[in-house]
Design a binder for this molecule. Structure first.
Ligand code: SF4
Length: 226
């Protein structure tokens, strides 16, 4: 099979096809359950934000180790700011980019305390005003911590959505904006879970299992390459 990039999957699916794709995903992939493990499975909004900051360019297991080590030292913005930089950096070292992430954690904590009395906003706009928090982290907090029906877009969701043709976007943020409009409303609650599991199990990055994929009759990537 010829190698194609995500951007080569040109032309999005019709609304009817998108409905079929999400229907099938809902039948084949696990959705949001009480035991569903999101990438930043944190019930506390402050911890969820910090976990998301730590997850940038880091594997899930490394993020989990860094998160665990950091929250063993401090669990509030005040307590976090009391920690020396070296202590934070040492705790989060497993997730890489630890000096930059240490600075970002400090900026986040200071902003929360100085501007918001330590209260994490519950809107996307409010969350995205926080230092270091982009659309992905904002949507993860909205979905995983505040329980909103939002399809958070990480690298797996971005890849899968654009291969299939659910979206035609070059950035994860644009994919998120398009999914918000194109995905049927009933799919917003579980869409992130279906797509991320599908991306890890079937539509994997290097060798997607197209021949046996239950979506290959509605996939732009497959019709272009298969
Ligand atoms: S056919 Fe399935 S596995 Fe292959 S690119 Fe499309 S969605 Fe991914």
């Amino acid at each position: 099979m010829a190698k194609r990039s995500v951007a080569d999957a040109k032309g999005g699916l019709s609304a009817a096809e998108i409905e079929i794709v999400f229907r099938r995903l809902s039948q084949h992939m696990p959705g949001r359950t009480p035991t569903a493990k999101g990438p930043k499975d944190q019930p506390d909004p402050f911890r969820s934000l910090v976990s998301c900051l730590l997850s940038a360019q880091s594997r899930d297991t490394n993020t989990a180790n860094a998160t665990k080590a950091l929250f063993a030292l401090a669990t509030t913005p005040e307590a976090m700011l009391d920690l020396p930089d070296d202590t934070i950096a040492a705790a989060i070292k497993p997730c890489g980019l630890y000096n930059m992430k240490t600075k970002n954690i400090r900026r986040l904590c200071a902003f929360l305390l100085d501007e918001l009395d330590g209260v994490v906003p519950q809107t996307r706009e409010g969350l995205m005003r926080l230092p270091g928090i982009g659309r992905k982290c904002a949507d993860i907090v909205l979905s995983f911590t505040f329980g909103e029906d939002v399809i958070a877009v990480d690298t797996h969701v971005h890849r899968v959505a654009n291969r299939i043709g659910l979206t035609t976007a070059r950035s994860a943020d644009e994919t998120a904006r398009q999914l918000e409009v194109r995905a049927p409303p009933w799919a917003h609650c579980d869409g992130h879970f279906w797509l991320i599991q599908f991306g890890k199990a079937i539509c994997v990055s290097r060798r997607p299992k197209c021949e046996t994929c239950f979506l290959n009759d509605h996939c732009r990537f497959f019709s272009a390459t298969g």
